[in-house]
Design a binder for this molecule. Sequence first.
Ligand SMILES: Cc1cc2nc3c(=O)[nH]c(=O)nc-3n(C[C@H](O)[C@H](O)[C@H](O)COP(=O)(O)O)c2cc1C
Length: 188
Amino acid sequence: MNETLNTIRTRRSVRVYTEQQVSAEDLNLILEAAVCAPSGMNFQDWHFTAIQKAELLVQLNDKIKSAFAKSDNPQWQERGHSNTYCCYYHAPTLVIVSGKADSPLSPSDCACALENIFLAAKSLGIGSCWINQLGQTCDDAEVRAFLIEELGIPADYKVFGCAALGYAPADMPVKERKMKEGVVTVIR
Ligand SMILES: Cc1cc2nc3c(=O)[nH]c(=O)nc-3n(C[C@H](O)[C@H](O)[C@H](O)COP(=O)(O)O)c2cc1C
């Protein structure tokens, strides 16, 4: 099987990370892969914010938790009040993918970029996981202010997803994944 197909087949979400940081060189390669993704009309109306500063990630997680705590959703409330909840699984790197809030293309553009991030990471031996919680809370006033003022995300952008990046522990078993059946139709 060719290397690209093998990377696609063997990628899995990683939810436990060692403390080893992703190197600047590898992070650049991953971000280059992100901006190579297709985008509707080739507008490329997206922004990638890579954070490798642990204190900033903790602050971001706290803002997300505060937003969850205000919600009516019992699962979100539980996360908001938990002392241990960490939406990014303590990964050493988080890439926030944002896009123009008023563009109907943004969710698809950002999803394409995220998949490129995951596959590029896998090809470099780096684990990854889609982190959705910032997308769910980015309209909260405090989260929004943090994104704009502390992280420099454009004010007219919204978060559509994030990628946690780092290294899985060496003894982590490779997860088997059962593919749902009946989801492909070929008409010739
Ligand atoms: C839109 C989207 C949102 C997701 N959000 C989360 C998330 O917030 N946290 C998480 O641990 N995994 C998240 N995932 C990862 C999925 O749970 C994962 O891809 C799925 O269970 C299949 O497992 P695999 O990635 O190992 O093949 C998300 C995936 C997608 C596509």
